[in-house]
Design a protein around this ligand. Structure first.
Ligand code: NAD
Ligand code: TYD
Length: 328
């Protein structure tokens, strides 16, 4: 297949492009705006064509979609804390961007896969979300992602576009921008910087190794039923504080680095995703959290040349604004 991978220079999109070119022999065209989170370096070892542009730009989308058999849309603003500080780009990319892509897919008559998140369901105290759970997003990030999902569904119902939606749980692994919990804590721990835990640290996330998500999306793209939603959840749930403690131990540090800081406004307490439907398509998560976290810590330890320019660049200013202290 020839795939148009929107947002393919980001964390999950680049891992997806790597998996699909290596394991499935797909041709890949990446369309990416290269925001702070998008990096050509993420695709250094992945054969691909690259179109620099935004998904909300019809000209860029028209150029990138030519000859594609399917569109897979990862392009998004993805950090909840940034959506609280500056929601503007979230609305533009998720609403207008998804609309422009859907129109282009409709015109080209190709299958469209929307990469979404468990956060559209909101927080769950007990049990797990199914694809039938109501959408109750809490943050500007998850609310605009939910809006995009509804627009995608409308193109199936109204225009008969072959759409599939994949809702993933929290991903981790190589190439994740260090604003997110796991890479932030790993890099801070490697530098002896404080580890800022929000609130009481008892919030629970359902961790999914990025290559497992990439393969789940591939499964849904090939075998998913048009118009359907597939949850793709990780095998393990873990409280944030326990994740941070594991990172402290894997990096040979001391728990005195942990610092409790002001909680995130509207912070979802727990995510948990039931994935029976995508498992019925033949997918299952292969990497347990303990193993995936070890691999991830090793990757960041071994790939200084990837993160050093990020940590000494814009990320420093972001960190100071967000955490009120400087990185060491
Ligand atoms: P990321 O922030 O690492 O990458 C996003 C990519 O999209 C970047 O390359 C960025 O340059 C690009 N982009 C942003 N706005 C764009 C625009 N308007 N036009 C073109 N490109 C644009 O994000 P990620 O973690 O790789 O997430 C990818 C997708 O997966 C997102 O849709 C996200 O909602 C979803 N998701 C993420 C997680 C997670 O844990 N990270 C979990 C479930 C679902
Ligand atoms: P994050 O990686 O931002 O993902 P999401 O909010 O999409 O789940 O955060 C994961 C969890 O870690 C979430 O409960 C917030 C918490 N967290 C901290 O405690 N400290 C931090 O510095 C960050 C970035 C997140």
């Amino acid at each position: 297949m020839k795939l148009l991978v929107c947002g393919g220079a980001g964390f999950i999109g680049s891992n997806f492009a790597r998996v699909r070119t290596r394991e499935n022999g797909d041709d890949v065209v990446v369309l990416d705006k290269l925001t702070y989170a998008g990096r050509r370096e993420n695709l250094a070892d992945v054969p691909h064509e690259f179109v620099h542009g935004a998904i909300e730009d019809p000209d860029a989308v028209r150029e990138a979609i030519a000859g594609a058999d399917a569109v897979v849309n990862f392009a998004a603003e993805t950090h909840v804390d940034r959506s609280i500080a500056e929601p503007d780009a979230f609305v533009r990319t998720h609403s207008q961007g998804t609309y422009v892509l859907l129109e282009a897919a409709r015109e080209a008559g190709v299958r469209y896969l929307q990469v979404s998140t468990d956060e559209v369901y909101g927080s769950i105290e007990e049990g797990s979300f199914t694809e039938q759970s109501p959408l109750q997003p809490s943050s500007p990030y998850s609310a605009t992602k939910a809006g995009a999902d509804l627009l995608v569904a409308s193109y199936f119902h109204t225009f008969g576009l072959e759409t599939v939606i994949c809702r993933g749980s929290n991903n981790y692994g190589p190439y994740q921008y260090p604003e997110k919990l796991i890479p932030l804590m790993v890099l801070n721990a490697l530098h002896g910087d404080k580890l800022p835990v929000y609130g009481d640290g008892q919030q629970v996330r359902n961790w999914l190794y990025v290559e497992d998500f990439a393969r789940g999306i591939g499964h849904a793209l090939e075998h998913g039923v048009p118009g359907e939603v597939y949850n793709v959840g990780g095998p393990d749930e873990e409280a944030n504080l326990d994740v941070v403690r594991r990172i402290v131990s894997l990096t040979g540090n001391d728990e005195s680095l942990i610092e409790y800081v002001t909680d995130r406004p509207g912070h979802d307490r727990r995510y948990s995703l039931g994935s029976e439907k995508v498992r019925a398509l033949g997918w299952s998560a292969q990497v347990r959290f303990e193993e995936g976290l070890e691999r991830t810590v090793a990757w960041y330890r071994d790939n200084r040349e990837w993160w050093a320019p990020i940590r000494s660049g814009d990320y420093r200013a972001y960190y100071e604004r967000q955490y009120g202290r400087s990185l060491g």
